[in-house]
Design a protein around this ligand. Sequence first.
Ligand code: SF4
Length: 248
Amino acid sequence: MIRVCDLGLYLSCPRQIYFTSRGHELKMDTVEYVEHLLLRGLAFQFPTLIKEERLRELEACLDKIADERTQPKEKIDEAKSRIDIDEIATGLSKALDDMGKGCLLEKIMPWRVEYHMCSKHLGMVGRPDKLILIDGEIIPSIIKTGDKPGYGIWKDDRLQLTAYAILVEEEFEVSVKHGFVEYARYGEFRETKIKRGDRRRVLRILARVKKIMDGALPDKSSRAPCDHCGFIDMCKTRKSLLSKFFGD
Ligand code: SF4
């Protein structure tokens, strides 16, 4: 089964799919990863903090989430120091002003959290961060902890939401027209339409991921994050082996 997060891995670097599908673990012990976990944990608290009008407790909430983590303390402290609570609070206050409390809560209060879905037909499984239910429509929602684009959402986020939309449609026999992204670092919430072209793209990527899992070593992508990748040594070894047998 291909996981929706594998599609994200493919978009980051197809070779990471090659290595993970062969049982190698992608090491997740960087400060960036801890920062991601803290922000994600905090984002799951946004609905409660907004509902109970406790936005002033954002920092205390982050401290509590950090205290529950098991990574080395220095790493957690560094990750925490990279999170700008004021920026998050400003974003959340602006969202409240723009949408009003009721409307904002409607868009971020989960109906289901990390709900597991499976498409036997496509060989794909996934658990979106949230499923939101508005007026009978089920909307997949994902929490992102990196940068946000100037407007709209990143293309990779759109494709991930589309994959989840496909799963929701099969699971609940409904049609999904929208998706939400929460850019946690900025306390910002954005909406997107699920497009037909993206549905086709998701199916194409699925076919490519299947091929890699079946054994085809892909080229590395031009934007491959090699500097932060735990597979760098394996990647170099593969390259020198291939050069030895087939030349550069
Ligand atoms: S080292 Fe670079 S090319 Fe190799 S798997 Fe990692 S990101 Fe991809």
